[in-house]
Every structure is written in C-alpha cells, then in structure tokens.
Design a protein around this ligand. Structure first.
Ligand code: 5GP
Ligand code: MN
Length: 345
C-alpha cells in the first residue's frame, strides 16, 4: 500500500505543528462517530505532547456519542460563537477532518475560508477541495478518517503515544464508519489497526456496548413504528425507504441521533439493494441513502438532492415539503435504476 502520508508532506506538517501557537481541530456538521472519533483521537494525541490544541465543531454530537473521552472539551459554534469565532480567526493551523469541502461545516464555512491559518485536510471523501487545503491527505479507500489519524500517527513514528483516550476515540470512529467492521471499506489494514489499538488497553466490548446497547425506549418505538407503518417498498426496483414527518418525530420525542441507523435496517431487507430515509425538519428534508454492491448513492445525491458522499452511503437535502421530496425520489427512481441496471442485478 502506498501511503498518502509521504515524507515531504509529513515534514511540512511537522513544521506547521512546531510553529503553531494555536491549533484548531474542526469537522463537519451533524457529527457522527467518525467525525468525533478522529477529532478527539487527534486532540488527545496532540494534547499529550503539549501542543496548544482545541477542538471546535459546528454543532453538538448525538447522545449515543456523549460518553466519548474528551467530548466536553469540544467547543460548539452553535452554542458559543463568541469563543469559536476568534479561535478560528487566530489559529495558525486548522485540521479539517472527515470533510472534503468547507461547505460541509455549515455556518463554520465562512470563518474557515476567512482564516489565514494553514488548513490541513485529512479525509476519505471524494473530490477534496484542493484550493482550500494547504496540505491535503486524502484517501477514499480508507474506512474512516479515524483510520487515517492512526496512519498519520504511524507516519510520525509515534504510535507509542496512543493511549486509552486516543485509542478509544480512533477505535470508535473505525467501528461506526465500518458498521462494526461489516462494510466493504473494511480492509485488512482496518483490522490490523483495530488490533494494534486494542493492545493499548482499550475496552472494545465497552465501546460497542456504549454505542449500540444504549437505546432509549422512545427510539426503539420510533424504529418499530417506522418499519411497521412508514416503510415503502418497490420490489421491482429493489428499493425501499422510510419517511418521517415532523409531527411523527415530535410524537416519539426524537432527539439527535435517534433516527441514525434506520436506513441501514431498511437496507437489511432481503432483496433490497437501495435504501432511503427522509426526515423532515423546518423547511428542509434531510435525506440519507445506503446501497449494496456498486450502486452509486453519491451520484443519486449529487444529481438530485444537493449532496454527496460515498458510493454506498450518501446524504443530501430537499427544500420543501417531505411529501414532495418523496414524490421526487419516486419519480426519478425508474431512471436511476435504468442508468445503473447492471448494479441493480
Ligand atoms: P448520513 O446519511 O449519515 O447523513 O450521511 C452519510 C454520508 O453521506 C456521510 O458520511 C457524508 O459523507 C455524506 N453526506 C451526508 N450529507 C451530505 C451533504 O449534505 N453533502 C455531501 N456532500 N455529503 C453528505
Ligand atoms: Mn467518515
């Protein structure tokens, strides 16, 4: 495997790290296990060596990640703009983790673009913004940005500094972005890194328990309701989806993170190769797609729903009513299946 962490880029990064008086770690909005895992993994690693480092994220992580070590150290733009704005403006070095373009940070985009700091992108999404990055570490074959943080630490020859704190965060990012080592992005390297991290004394069983055995009763009821009442199946297109209105979310007292994973359950149905999830909030409908095999959900999102992502997992949005978002999907579906006929076989 050829590493994206080439010696000239590592030398350049070392210089940036040594000269920086303020280092800010950022990630995309609507955080997930990987964005929190890579941010806090890098944060613990740098903090341990005495670097002046802070983590600033656009918005709060869902409840199922609130146990992660260091989560309370993250400063949120949505909560404390008066703290985050000067940090980003005054930073010398900004890590941009798990996003390919500053627009993925929502309201943080403008602050990032206007900051004179050196920007270091470390990411595994397609088409990274080369103009935005001072230093770019991009590998779309990597399972997760958390895996790339391990690769980075290894390239810096400092894996001995990985401890329970950083190890737990990196492991969590890998577990969540690989669907617990299930998705095709899981490589031998992914397992190797997980094994190396486990040697650091992290409690892997506890991480899985924290992530997956912490459902609220409301969430379980919402999932059951979604599958029982709101599942739409098009067997001829090997496609199924769930859609939830704001009224339904209120009925089940949905909190951030509660709807996570519903789309994967839809995809788990025998014979289904494309799964969707539509969620209404204010004037916008948030859309998630997952697929099996080579069906390009990223194209579906970038062509029709102002979004993008990976081949098998993408997201986007629709401005308007949820019924119209669903209608639009159902209208474009036959063409999408036709265009990707071989992939749906
Ligand atoms: P989710 O369905 O979990 O919200 O997102 C799945 C994946 O799709 C994310 O890991 C991210 O790569 C991508 N994604 C989600 N929303 C957007 C979006 O609005 N724009 C782009 N470009 N990618 C998105
Ligand atoms: Mn990721």
């Amino acid at each position: 495997m050829t590493s994206i962490f080439t010696s000239d880029k590592i030398t350049a990064l070392r210089k940036l790290l040594e000269e920086a008086k303020l280092i800010v770690i950022t990630s995309h909005r609507s955080p997930d296990g990987d964005s929190i895992g890579c941010s806090l993994g890098l944060y613990h690693f740098l903090k341990k060596q005495g670097y002046p480092v802070v983590v600033c994220h656009p918005d709060i992580a869902p409840g199922f990640l609130q146990w992660m070590p260091g989560i309370k150290d993250i400063t949120l733009l949505e909560r404390e703009p008066e703290i985050v704005k000067p940090l980003i403006a005054d930073a010398d070095l900004i890590f941009c983790l798990d996003y390919h373009h500053p627009s993925r940070t929502g309201k943080m985009e403008e602050l990032l673009v206007n900051s004179n700091a050196a920007k270091v992108i470390i990411d595994h999404h397609r088409d990274p913004d080369k103009d935005f990055a001072t230093l770019l570490f991009s590998d779309i074959t990597s399972s997760s940005t958390s895996q790339l943080i391990y690769d980075l630490i290894e390239s810096l020859e400092k894996t001995d500094l990985i401890d329970e704190l950083s190890g737990t965060c990196i492991y969590t990012g890998i577990v969540t972005d690989t669907g617990s080592f299930r998705f095709s992005c899981t490589s031998a390297r992914t397992h190797h890194i997980a094994g190396e991290i486990q040697k650091k004394g992290i409690h892997t069983w506890e991480i899985h328990e924290n992530l997956f055995d912490a459902n609220s009763l409301n969430r379980l009821k919402l999932v059951s309701y979604s599958l029982l009442e709101k599942l739409v199946i098009y067997p001829e297109y090997k496609t199924a989806f769930v859609w939830l209105t704001q009224e339904e979310e209120e009925r089940f007292e949905v909190v951030k993170g509660d709807t996570e994973g519903i789309v994967n359950q839809v995809l788990s149905i025998q014979g289904i190769r494309l799964a969707g999830f539509f969620k209404e909030s204010e004037q916008i409908v948030k859309i998630s797609f997952r697929s099996k095999g080579e069906i390009p959900t990223n194209k579906l999102c970038s062509h029709h729903f102002e979004g993008g992502g990976h081949l098998n997992a993408s997201g986007g949005k629709f401005v308007g009513k949820i019924e119209d978002a669903v209608k639009k999907f159902v209208t474009i579906l036959p063409n999408f299946v036709e265009e990707n006929k071989a992939q749906f076989e």
